[in-house]
Design a binder for this molecule. Structure first.
Ligand SMILES: NC(=O)C1=CN([C@@H]2O[C@H](COP(=O)(O)OP(=O)(O)OC[C@H]3O[C@@H](n4cnc5c(N)ncnc54)[C@H](O)[C@@H]3O)[C@@H](O)[C@H]2O)C=CC1
Ligand SMILES: O=C(O)[C@H](O)CS(=O)(=O)O
Length: 491
């Protein structure tokens, strides 16, 4: 007898890391009040997660404060050993963690596996980086004095994380904070809390002490208000929309918190006439449709130098038409469901606006069907006045514009409040160097669509955020510099 394919809910029930309780002070806390988590592909509820209120947030802050004195005075090497155990457990449980991501976020399973390993890479990286929080000595300008500069952990920290990378964004923040000697309370998106709770299960198993890493799920405004207003929380790390980032930034001023903000994007993808056409098409498909387009690095404005425009549009549309839309559990799926209905509606609004202003659909359609699926769509004859150019679409709809000169395209690419990532395809090295210098973006990718990872400083300019995650720079987001002057020393 053919066994029916187990439902996503049945798969979760047998997943050892499937957890719905909050993780506070080393305890798993259930409550009467719960909130549903839906599978974006089916719209069906797959879990009911414990909801935490302001009181639990305060409990977590108390526990984080108590744990800080132990964790921060532990040798960096010992902290690193525990973090390495966490990283190893994340990698050993990649299948369980990936299924949870696909269940709640919707992305194809292969991408979920990639996200899990991407996150583990940050934990491995910072496990070692914590031992390199170097200070310095300064030749004294004062007699009989010794001048020393050291780096110290800021203390209790909070992270508010997004739904598009529900696992890796937590790993990226927590790894740096914990390696620095800080403690961290994570407030995941209500759309995707299960990945955060699964990571907490592995943190506990890795031996991360109670109160060092905690996860609270609940009303984002209520919980974040506790973290922001409490003086004991000394740093806030946020990934999400620029709109919410602005709210948090203004509130954080009340207690003068250190903040790191990874916000929205609107990446230009620029192809010059001398580029290898098929290579440019391949790179552009990757840069546009990774994470089903729900990625702050997504190519949001595709600029093609006019002599290449028609051939690029034809080849790109042909490649996009081959992308398969389906449930993330289907190994054939390239594009999963959108995680949130709001993303579907934004894609539709951008397509409608573009068509009303003279753009044309080269492949795909104005998707009016029910549910969260959006047909990968390519819009051509796009102009700068269209919403699809001025706003981040954050979905599988590609906008292709043409340009004449290098000066023109640099000016248009920079005419944007965002400044996260930019892509350039050219075989002219001098032009590549000029573009890398003149584009006002925190990250510039030349002839590649794959450039992120633990060793690089991830972050944007302008309204795309503040600070950097990953790399040696990522540690300083959770550390304070201290200068000590030892005076009146014996001559
Ligand atoms: N830079 C990035 O990686 C991401 C950017 N985005 C951008 O954000 C747009 C909307 O996506 P959303 O999930 O709605 O992002 P969002 O910015 O609304 O949510 C991100 C996180 O902030 C929390 N949050 C929301 N409102 C808050 C508030 N007032 N105070 C405290 N926390 C709050 C959410 O619960 C979630 O954990 C996307 O279309 C995209 O443009 C979204 C996710 C990731
Ligand atoms: O590659 C990444 O790190 C993601 O693009 C980060 S984000 O989209 O969640 O900001």
């Amino acid at each position: 007898m053919l066994h029916p394919t187990p439902s996503i809910a049945e798969l979760l029930e047998h997943n050892a890391l499937f957890e719905v309780r909050a993780f506070v002070a080393g305890e798993w806390k259930a409550s009467e009040k719960t909130i549903g988590v839906e599978n974006p592909a089916s719209g069906l509820e797959i879990a009911r997660v414990t909801v935490c209120g302001a009181d639990v947030a305060q409990e977590a802050i108390n526990a984080a404060e108590s744990a800080f004195s132990i964790w921060s005075t532990m040798l960096a090497r010992k902290r690193g050993q525990i973090l390495r155990r966490w990283a190893d457990l994340i990698e050993e449980n990649v299948e369980e963690l990936a299924l949870i991501i696909t269940a709640e976020q919707g992305k194809p399973l292969a991408e979920s596996r990639g996200e899990v390993l991407y996150g583990a890479g940050f934990v491995h990286w910072f496990a070692s980086e914590g031992e390199r929080a170097y200070g310095e000595t300064i030749p004294s300008h004062k007699p009989n004095s010794k001048l020393v500069v050291s780096m110290q952990p800021v203390g209790v920290t909070a992270a508010i994380t997004p739904w598009n990378f529900p696992s890796a964004m937590i790993a990226r923040k927590a790894a740096a904070a914990l390696a620095a000697g800080c403690t961290m309370i994570v407030q995941p998106s209500l759309d995707t809390p299960l990945s955060a709770l699964a990571l907490a299960r592995l943190a506990e198993r890795a031996g991360i002490p109670a109160g060092v890493f905690q996860v609270v799920v609940g009303d984002p405004v209520v919980l974040s208000e506790e973290f922001i207003s409490d003086q004991r929380v000394r740093a806030l790390s946020f990934t999400g929309s620029t709109e919410v980032g602005r709210i948090l930034l203004s509130k954080a001023g009340r207690t003068v918190k250190k903040v790191s903000m990874e916000l929205g994007g609107n990446a230009p993808f620029i192809v010059f006439g001398d580029a290898d056409l098929e290579e440019a098409v391949r790179l552009c498909v990757e840069a546009k449709f990774a994470t089903s387009g729900q990625d702050c690095l997504a190519a949001n404005r595709i600029y093609i130098q006019s002599p290449l425009y028609d051939r690029f549009c034809a080849s790109f549309a042909k490649a996009v038409a081959l992308l398969k839309v389906g449930d993330g559990l289907d190994p054939e799926s390239d594009i999963g469901p959108m995680t949130k209905r709001s993303v579907v509606e934004k894609c539709r609004a951008h397509v409608k606006d573009a068509l009303s202003k003279g753009a044309i659909i080269a492949t795909g359609k104005l998707d009016e069907r029910e549910g969260n699926f959006v047909t990968p769509t390519v819009i051509v004859n796009v102009t700068d006045d269209m919403l699809i150019v001025r706003e981040e679409t954050f979905g599988p709809v590609a906008a292709i514009l043409s340009f004449e000169t290098e000066e023109e395209v640099v000016a248009r690419a920079n005419d944007c409040e965002m400044g996260l990532a930019a892509y350039v395809c050219t075989r002219d090295l001098n032009r590549g160097i000029r573009l890398s210098e003149n584009l006002q973006y925190g990250m510039v990718a030349l002839n590649t669509s794959s450039f992120t990872g633990a060793p690089i400083p991830f972050g944007g300019w302008k309204s795309s955020g503040l600070g950097r995650e990953g790399s040696r720079h990522g540690l300083s987001e959770f550390m304070e510099l201290k200068y000590v002057c030892f005076g009146n020393l014996a001559a």
